[in-house]
Design a protein around this ligand. Structure first.
Ligand code: FAQ
Length: 325
């Protein structure tokens, strides 16, 4: 439906302008907010950047839940810094979306009433400390795999936000790997917890890359516009190839009995996630969807007085300045 809308809007644009725009993209030029762009390009960016921003913000919840229960002062300081970074990533991305003519309030409201999505992964719970290591290792690992190529995306503000974000994401992935390594090398019980976290988070992490290419409605157009640089399956495969040796190093087993190295392809063969589960989660029926949206709505409502106060202050200041002129 959305893809059809974009297509029909694209055909309404002036063909000459469209061709010149595509030529700029093909030549690797960056598109900046004041440049002419097809309406479909603008809308696709708002959807993707907005969804990405919301993911960073909602993504603070599963880990934020463990800050007060971190096992050592050092782990607590690291986790606190990481969760704060995610808030910063959300803000860079909201700013990038704002350059496309949509306000942060507007897209926040679309998240809060369910019109906009956020990443499926954050609808899974973090049940114990091993999950926090696994989130850093797998979830941030998958996020970087997707975001490194996005540093070269065609829209300038998105690309520049991604460059900054990727620098921090690599620290996030490493701190997660370090935390899960400590568990995997710990007592038999701790190792069991690490394995259990991997068992539960493996397939949700693979789902982060989106549906398989044959079901991806936006990939073809988004790749032609360089809003996406790779297909969902390409990135998923790269993630599997990178993560299997990391699991082996930890002495943990990927929960996929059919996983094996394919000499001919030069990649691991792996079992796809259960796509019916993925589509249920993105429809709002995952284990934590209701809780996550309730938490974000509560934070938005509880923060209303701060927003009102800031606006009242800005208004007063402007009136005073006006009177002095
Ligand atoms: N979850 O046609 P496609 C992070 C939807 S990283 C929910 O393939 P597209 C860091 C999609 O929106 C996580 N929905 O879509 C962190 C579309 O529905 P729509 C965020 C999904 O856009 C770590 C439909 O399925 N990263 O947060 C998902 O071409 C730790 C059809 O799919 C980004 O957002 C999903 N996983 O490709 C933070 C990266 N996958 O909108 C805190 C930028 C697909 O038509 C703690 N985004 N859908 O109703 C992208 O690269 C792309 O948007 C994809 C999806 C690859 C996610």
């Amino acid at each position: 439906m959305y893809a059809q809308m974009i297509k029909s809007e694209a055909t309404q644009d002036d063909p000459e302008k469209l061709a010149a725009f595509q030529a700029r993209i093909d030549a690797g030029e960056k598109i900046e907010p004041k440049d002419w762009m097809p309406e479909g390009y603008r809308k696709t960016l708002i959807r993707q950047i907005g969804q990405h921003a919301h993911s960073e913000i909602v993504g603070q919840l599963p880990e934020g839940n463990w800050i007060t229960r971190a096992p050592t002062l050092e782990r607590k300081a690291i986790l606190l810094a990481k969760v704060q970074d995610e808030a910063g990533h959300g803000l860079y991305l909201y700013c990038a979306a704002e350059t496309l003519g949509v306000s942060r309030d507007e897209i926040t409201e679309m998240l809060l009433d369910g019109r906009m999505k956020y990443s499926s992964i954050f609808n899974y719970p973090t049940l114990n400390w091993a999950d926090i290591g696994a989130v850093g290792w797998l979830v941030d690992g998958a996020a970087i795999m997707n975001q490194v190529p996005l540093q070269r995306t065609s829209f300038g503000p998105y690309s520049r936000a991604m460059i900054r974000i990727c620098k921090e994401e690599s620290f996030h992935q490493r701190q997660g790997y370090d935390a899960i390594r400590k568990m995997a090398e710990g007592t038999p019980e701790q190792k069991k917890m690490a394995q259990d976290a991997l068992n539960r988070l493996w397939y949700p992490s693979l789902m982060m890359f989106g549906p398989s290419d044959k079901d991806s409605v936006h990939s073809a157009q988004s790749m032609a516009w360089k809003i996406k640089m790779n297909t969902n399956d390409e990135l998923r495969q790269k993630f599997v190839d990178q993560t299997v040796p990391q699991a082996e190093y930890l002495g943990l087993t990927i929960p996929d009995p059919d996983l094996k190295w394919n000499e001919e392809r030069g990649h691991y063969d792996y079992t796809d996630p259960d796509w019916s589960e993925f589509f249920e989660v993105i429809k709002g029926n995952g284990p934590c969807n209701v809780d996550r949206l309730a938490a974000r709505n509560k934070a938005w409502d509880d923060g209303a007085w701060v927003r009102d106060g800031l606006l009242a202050h800005a208004k007063k200041k402007a009136t005073r300045q006006h009177a002095a002129e």
